[in-house]
Design a protein around this ligand. Structure first.
Ligand SMILES: NC(=O)c1ccc[n+]([C@@H]2O[C@H](COP(=O)([O-])OP(=O)(O)OC[C@H]3O[C@@H](n4cnc5c(N)ncnc54)[C@H](OP(=O)(O)O)[C@@H]3O)[C@@H](O)[C@H]2O)c1
Length: 325
């Protein structure tokens, strides 16, 4: 099969379109014929091997252990392992895969897939898994957003942020999005009632008024983030600005947050998103109800996957970038 493969960490030109073997599947896995694959900052991290912290976390010290890039997948079930009960060949699915989704076929554990939501194209479905699950867990689990609360989403026009704005709005919250001026209309169209242009104003412009702040961008210090929160508010640190911190990716904010939280009235949390079928199914329900619609910035053919990653790495996508097959 054709796949986007790398033999070493580095910039986008380490990626090559090559013929490789189809992935084999174990008893609990599903072989998916890939129709579209999502691109997210995790793909860039695995391509470059930066921040270096990820190498010692088991992804490969000198080169990536899995040579094919891509995690989000949408496609058609080609074969199932002996113990797979939830899927059958021919079914349209979406989710995350272990073997790399920038390829004609990908293997995924059945617990990381769900039926593709009705009405979504493969392109749209591939945009959902990593970013959508991260946003859902930020709003629902970490943020515990309730109707009527004021929620700020920093990086509101990006992959995670565009889902977080819609999910918080669907939860009944009043959302303020932080984004560049060019994305203000997009973020309002997703449900935000107010927008802060980060080039003009800082996030504490309106004082301590937010019950929940979800931070996906910019790597602002904890002290500044806390100034936008009410005295009992909740901060959810998703990520942001990792390219500026080659060793740690800025991860220390995530580590410090719960420590500071022990001495503050505010709840400060770092999110580590989990990939699970139940959350894909919940996202599917939100999508089918019309509450959430994936925003596609650009789609690239498989042979141009390195351009897709380069575009994302510039840091200003309007929603999601996808690769199509
Ligand atoms: N914790 C986890 O488990 C987890 C899971 C998934 C992702 N992440 C991390 O979350 C972060 C966001 O991911 P993503 O997929 O949403 O990235 P993305 O699609 O690249 O979006 C980033 C957004 O940040 C905005 N931005 C850039 N500079 C900003 C600033 N100074 N202030 C406010 N907004 C700014 C950009 O909007 P403009 O164009 O308007 O500038 C862009 O749309 C990444 O660091 C990623 O690694 C963490």
């Amino acid at each position: 099969m054709k796949a986007i493969v790398q033999d070493a960490y580095g910039p986008a030109d380490v990626l090559e379109l090559r013929d490789v073997d189809r992935p084999s599947i174990s008893d609990d896995e599903v072989l998916v014929e890939v129709r579209a694959a999502g691109v997210d900052p995790g793909v860039w991290i695995l391509m470059t091997g930066r921040p270096y912290l990820m190498r010692v976390m088991g992804f490969g010290l000198r080169r990536p252990k899995v040579p094919v890039r891509g995690r989000d997948v949408a496609g058609v079930v080609a074969a199932v392992g002996a113990r797979v009960t939830r899927f059958r060949p021919g079914q349209e699915v979406y989710g995350t895969c272990e073997s790399g989704s920038f390829a004609e076929y990908a293997s995924a554990p059945q617990g990381r897939l769900a039926p593709k939501p009705a009405g979504l194209s493969f392109e749209q479905a591939a945009a959902v898994p990593v970013s959508g699950m991260t946003a859902l867990q930020s709003v629902r689990d970490c943020g515990r957003v309730r109707p009527g609360q004021r929620v700020m989403v920093i990086g509101a026009s990006g992959g995670v942020g565009s889902f977080a704005v819609q999910i918080a709005t669907a939860s009944g919250a009043r959302v303020t999005g932080v984004c560049g001026a060019a994305k203000s209309d997009l973020v309002r169209s997703l449900g935000a009632e107010d927008v802060i242009d980060y080039a003009r104003d800082e996030i504490d412009r309106d004082g301590a008024r937010y019950d929940v702040v979800i931070d996906t961008a910019g790597n602002r210090p904890l002290s500044l983030l806390r100034r936008a929160l009410t005295p009992r508010g909740t901060l959810v640190i998703v990520g942001g600005g990792h390219a500026r911190y080659p060793l740690s990716g800025g991860f220390e904010r995530q580590l410090r947050a719960p420590l500071v939280s022990m001495f503050a009235g505010q709840r400060l949390r770092g999110l580590t998103a989990r990939e699970r079928a139940e959350d894909l199914e919940e996202l599917g329900r939100l999508i089918e109800s019309g509450a959430v619609t994936p925003v596609i910035d650009r789609a690239y053919p498989l042979a141009e996957a390195s351009d897709a990653i380069h575009h994302l790495s510039e840091g200003h996508p309007a929603g999601k970038v996808v690769v199509t097959l």
